[in-house]
Design a protein around this ligand. Structure first.
Ligand SMILES: Nc1ncnc2c1ncn2[C@@H]1O[C@H](COP(=O)(O)OP(=O)(O)O)[C@@H](O)[C@H]1O
Ligand SMILES: [Mg+2]
Length: 430
């Protein structure tokens, strides 16, 4: 058996509740199908510190003892799961102590782990990534979307860090597509075009260099140089199909969250990357002492029964599978018919209004302010995205090694290379 869909959870910054979210989200998904949570924050081993389960084997055994990853799964003991609702949940614990070799994985170890995660016996694999933007983080992120980003209205720096992840992901992909020894290098006239494109990309990526502020401006420059060339259109499609999915932790009201987190996030993505990126809010988790106390008791909040005064029906899971009527997630991105279409359809205000609509719609849901219900709500929206979007838009099927990523990019851009699409509108470099 191999894993069906992989969802990474990242934040860029620590302390925003990424692990808290990942654990409770994975537990909730396991009510629907077998789910494995993998603790890739190998420096802090935070999952095993918030789940009171005896760990027999962890990533240490995988790396050092040659144990298959599926033999390193930990399941919940009965005392955490009295009613047996979470039999389909398992996690892979990080090593108990920070060990340099596992904190900064070597290339070989990363590839081994990527292969093993792809083979996990589960429908869903949730990866709790560490903070930061090095290869140990980037290599586990999908190349066509952001996984799930967690940030909070309480840390402006966390919003910046989340936007930085999106930028790093998208640029990593563009660097591969346009690399001077990459998939496009073999096409006629390409080396000098690619060199120009890379020089321009350097300027876009450097946020201190204001000459080309973002990818939309970059695209406009390319359009001026090459016309509606296949390479230019490939870039437009790459940007327009890239999806960002996020969760707000420590939610404290629609107005506050919009002003201090969502709006700055959207504006950052628009000004530094592109006004055309799809941005999807999957939900929020309220700031609740119960969440923190559950973590401290090592019994995550969704395993802790709600106090009698809060119980209505089966509070969290009653309608987990009711996927109808969810706001947000446009199922297919507007596909630019031409580069001109793309450039003309740039509309920065629209994305902000969309985000406010989504926040207001979520607030009308009765589950909005009950923390246990928050996770069901997010799981429902994630399941909706999984069922309505192809795996390259959300919930990829496989993690790719850097080599496989280049192969995938090569396949994806093949129809756009001048060789196979004989020079539609392609102009030589001036
Ligand atoms: N929604 C919440 N309400 C209250 N406390 C929270 C919430 N989410 C996380 N916390 C607390 O915030 C701290 C950081 O959470 P953690 O999940 O470890 O963050 P990260 O993985 O991003 O470093 C922990 O003490 C946790 O108990
Ligand atoms: Mg953590």
């Amino acid at each position: 058996m191999t894993v069906r869909r992989i969802i990474t959870v990242a934040s860029g910054k620590g302390g925003v509740g990424k692990s808290t979210f990942a654990v409770n989200f994975a537990l909730t998904l396991s009510r629907v199908a077998p789910t494995v949570l993998v603790d890739l924050d190998t420096g802090t081993s935070s999952i095993r510190n918030t789940v009171d389960a005896p760990v027999e084997r962890d990533l240490y055994h995988f790396f050092r003892k040659g144990e298959p990853l599926e033999r390193c799964l930990t399941r919940l003991p009965d005392k955490l799961d009295h009613e047996g609702h979470f039999k389909n949940f398992a996690f892979v614990a990080a090593p108990q102590h920070a060990i340099e070799e596992f904190t900064n994985l070597s290339d070989t170890n990363r590839v081994r782990l990527i292969r093993a995660i792809n083979q996990l016996p589960a429908t869903y694999a949730i990866l709790d990534l560490r903070a930061g933007l090095d290869a140990s983080v980037l290599d586990f992120l999908p190349h066509s979307n952001s996984g799930i980003l967690v940030f909070t209205p309480h840390h402006p720096a966390a919003t910046m860090a989340a936007a930085d992840i999106v930028k790093a992901l998208l640029f990593r992909k563009l660097r591969l597509v346009f690399s001077t020894d990459g998939p496009l290098a073999a096409t006629a006239g390409a080396p000098s075009q690619l060199a120009t494109i890379n020089a321009l990309l350097d300027q876009v990526e450097d946020s201190y260099d204001g000459r080309i502020p973002n990818l939309d401006a970059f695209l406009a420059d390319l359009f001026e140089a090459f016309g509606d060339a296949p390479v230019v259109r490939a870039l437009a499609e790459n940007i327009a199909s890239f999806g960002v999915f996020f969760v707000l932790n420590l939610f404290d009201g629609v107005k506050e969250s919009f002003e201090s987190a969502v709006e700055p996030f959207v504006r950052l993505l628009q000004s530094q990357i592109s006004a055309q990126i799809g941005i999807h809010n999957l939900g929020w988790i309220v700031n609740s002492r119960d969440v923190h106390e559950s973590n401290c008791r090592k019994k995550p909040i969704v395993l802790t029964p709600a106090p009698a005064s809060q119980v209505h029906h089966d509070p969290v899971f009653a309608d987990l599978l009711t996927l109808a009527g969810l706001p947000g997630a446009r199922s297919s991105p507007p596909k630019p018919r031409s580069t001109v279409d793309y450039l003309l359809s740039i509309d920065a205000e629209h994305a902000l209004i969309d985000q406010l609509d989504v926040l207001n719609a979520m607030h009308r849901d009765p589950a909005a302010l009950q923390v246990r219900d928050n996770f069901a709500y997010i799981a429902r929206r994630a399941l909706h995205a999984l069922s309505s979007l192809p795996p390259d838009r959300f919930g990829q099927r496989q993690l790719l090694t850097p080599f496989e990523l280049v192969q995938a990019v090569l396949r994806a851009v093949a129809p756009f290379t001048p060789d196979s699409d004989a020079g539609v509108g392609a102009a030589p470099l001036p």
